[in-house]
Each structure stands twice: as C-alpha cells, then as structure tokens.
Design a protein around this ligand. Structure first.
Ligand SMILES: *Cc1c(COP(=O)(O)O)cnc(C)c1O
Length: 371
C-alpha cells in the first residue's frame, strides 16, 4: 500500500521528556537498508555507536559502552542486577519517582536495598549518604539519579560519587534524562556505572538503552551472579566487545538513528546543547511566571531540560492537555504525589524559541478563555 495523497502528519511539539523531536537527519536514518545483524555491516555500526556513546558519557580509552535494545529502564536494570555482587547491597538515593525505581529494581532481583528516602523534590542530603554508608558496609553500591525527571531536579552525582568512593563503594547513575545536556563524565567524575538511553537529551529514536563503564568493571562482572538472562550485562559485553556482535537481535533502525544522533550530539557538544536547552527553558519559565504560574523548584536546582509547573487554579490537567494538544503541543502529567497539582514541560530535543513563543501564546489563550 502506498497512499501518496496521505497528508504529512503535523509536527507536534513534544514537550514530554522524551521521546523528543528529532533532527530530520535522525528520522531519515531510520529508513536505512535492511540488514542482517550478524554481518560485518552491523558489526561496524555497533562498534561505531558504542564508541560514540562512550565519548558522550565522558569516557576515555579505559571505558566502553554496551548498547541494549530496550528503553532506559532496561539499561538501569541491567546495571543494577549485574553490578551488585552476591551478598552486596544497594543504597538507594530516593528523591523522586526514578530514585524509587532503583529500589523496585533491586527488590525484583532479590538485592538488598536500603532506601534513603529524602522526599520528592528535596535535594540530596550528602551527610545522610555518608552516614548510611558508614553504618552499613554491606551496601556495596549506591544508586542515584542524575536528573530526577519527576520533578526536574538535578542531583549532585559528582559529590555522591566522591562520598561513595571514600567508603570504597561503587555508584550506579541513572543518567537517562541528563546525558547529552548536563555535565556528567565517567572519567572526570569517576562514575562507575552510567545508564542512559538514546531518546532523551541525545536526541535519538526510542528503543535503545546503554550502560557505560570501565572495561575492567565489565570484565569483573564475569564472577557476579547472573540474576537475569536478557539483561545480563556481562553477556552483552562479551558479545559486543569480544565478538563485536550483538547477543540478540537488535533494533537495527534504532542503531541507524542513534549513529546519526550521536554525530550531531558530539558535534554540538553537551555544553552547547545545555546552553540551547537552558535558553529555551529560560524563555519558557519567564513566560510561565509572567502568567502567574508557579514553578516547582528554585532556579539553582533545575535541570535544563525540564520544568515542573503548578496546574493553574480552576483548570484540570486533562483540560489543559486537551486544549494544548488541539494547538499542536504535547504536555506531560506529573507522577504520583505531584500529579494532582503539577504538570511537566520538557525543553529537550529539536525545539525552537518560536515553538516556546507559540506555546506560551496558546497557553495564554486557554487561560484567558477560562477567565
Ligand atoms: C525516562 C527515564 C527513565 C527510563 O524510562 P523508560 O520509559 O524506560 O525510557 C529512567 N530514568 C529517568 C530519570 C528517566 O527520565
């Protein structure tokens, strides 16, 4: 079937925190040639994507990456379930939905977890991290989210890593919604395990996650328990590093897109991307505040790519979503305890200042119509 008269789908402005509006070159790459994943072409593509992913994660010659077919959660789960040894435990730094997810993952794999519950949208208490590790030598690993997307809060991963290392522990960082647009580096911060995904600030297509770490750390997984099968990181590492082939059938179009997206991300650089997202966010936040809307976090705690904002009085989220969707904008609800009062607006991806201005105009119109 080829209906050439079908209208081109409208360009929705995706203000959900991933998947994002992608560059035309990334979307075009999805339509690359059919290919067998056990032929040299895919081996080259895999090796290229792994190398560029490691660069995006701030790695050097000592580091490498394993790319998984699965979303960001698959990458976090692969890291946690593979890295924590027999008899080990995970200190979960929980100041939002994704921090909590670390605990759910640990529970699912029978890994002992100690949850440092700080409260949503509450900055990480570094002294409490220090105390928790001092009190319990069995907590071999610390799980921390870099950008806690449930609130938009940026956590100080470098400081957490310093404390963990002072106690001889390893850190697993959920960098799913930060890598590409916030400062995070395997080499400079000494992050032990970094989990990310293709479709947020790296601006690729959905479907791929990855774990980046030192080669020696991946090698050391050989002696660890195999808690899962598909998400066994050592299995993927051995296949991708030694045989330069995937362990299982990969999402080949996603690799094509990620290859193109990584070229753009590395050419732009995380600093410039951070500045681009920050400029969009500033314009958005200024506009929201001019409308009298309250932003959840103080300026110093906000990531560049997300703004959580209070739902205006007398207006439900569904109504706001529907009104804005009709004007071409996709907004995103908040989760769990924040859902009743807040919604979220992302500034990730190929969004423009004009998109922000048009969004603010549409929002103003909706709020004015309601008085
Ligand atoms: C998006 C996100 C994830 C992964 O979500 P998926 O639905 O699996 O892609 C994990 N952690 C954070 C902080 C995220 O923002």
């Amino acid at each position: 079937m080829n209906d050439s008269t079908a209208p081109r789908p409208e360009r929705l402005v995706l203000m959900n925190p991933g998947p994002v509006i992608t560059d035309d070159r990334v979307r075009a790459a999805l339509a690359g040639p059919d290919m067998c994943h056990r032929e040299p072409e895919f081996s080259d593509l895999l090796t290229r994507v792994r190398h560029k992913t490691t660069l995006a994660a701030g790695g050097d010659d000592r580091h490498t990456s394993v790319v998984l077919t699965g979303s960001g959660t698959a990458a976090v789960e692969a890291a946690v379930s593979s890295a924590v040894p027999h008899g080990g435990g995970l200190l979960v730094i929980d100041n939002g939905h994704y921090g909590e997810r670390f605990r759910h993952i640990a529970d699912a794999h029978g890994i002992r977890a100690h949850r440092l519950e700080l409260g949503w949208a509450t900055p990480v208490d570094l002294d409490a991290v220090d105390r928790a590790l001092a009190a319990d030598p069995g907590l071999t690993h610390v799980g921390v989210v870099h950008h806690e997307t449930s609130s938009g809060m940026l956590n100080d991963v470098a400081a957490v890593t310093r404390i963990a290392h002072a106690h001889g522990r390893e850190v697993v960082v959920d960098a799913v919604s930060s890598i590409g647009a916030e400062r995070i580096s395997l080499a400079a911060d000494g992050v032990d395990w970094l989990a990310g995904s293709a479709n947020k600030c790296l601006e690729g297509a959905p479907g791929l996650g990855f774990v980046s770490a030192a080669r020696t750390s991946f090698e050391a997984l050989a002696g660890h328990p195999r808690r899962g099968y598909y998400l066994d990181l050592h299995r993927h590492y051995a296949a991708q590093e030694k045989a330069q082939a995937p362990a299982f059938t990969p999402a080949i179009p996603g690799f094509y897109a990620f290859d193109a997206a990584l070229d753009l991300a590395l050419a732009e650089g995380w600093e410039a991307r951070h500045a681009r997202y920050t400029a969009l966010a500033r314009r958005l936040r200024d506009g929201l505040e001019a409308l009298g809307l309250e932003i959840l976090l103080p300026p110093g705690q906000r990531a560049a790519s997300l703004t959580a904002v209070r739902i205006p009085d007398g207006c439900g989220y569904a109504e706001l979503h529907g009104g804005l969707r009709a004007e071409g904008f996709v907004i995103y609800s908040a989760q769990e305890q924040l859902a009743a009062d807040f919604f979220r607006l992302s500034t990730m991806g190929q969004m423009t200042q004009r998109d922000i201005d048009r969004f603010l105009t549409a929002l103003t119109r909706i709020l004015t119509a309601r008085g």
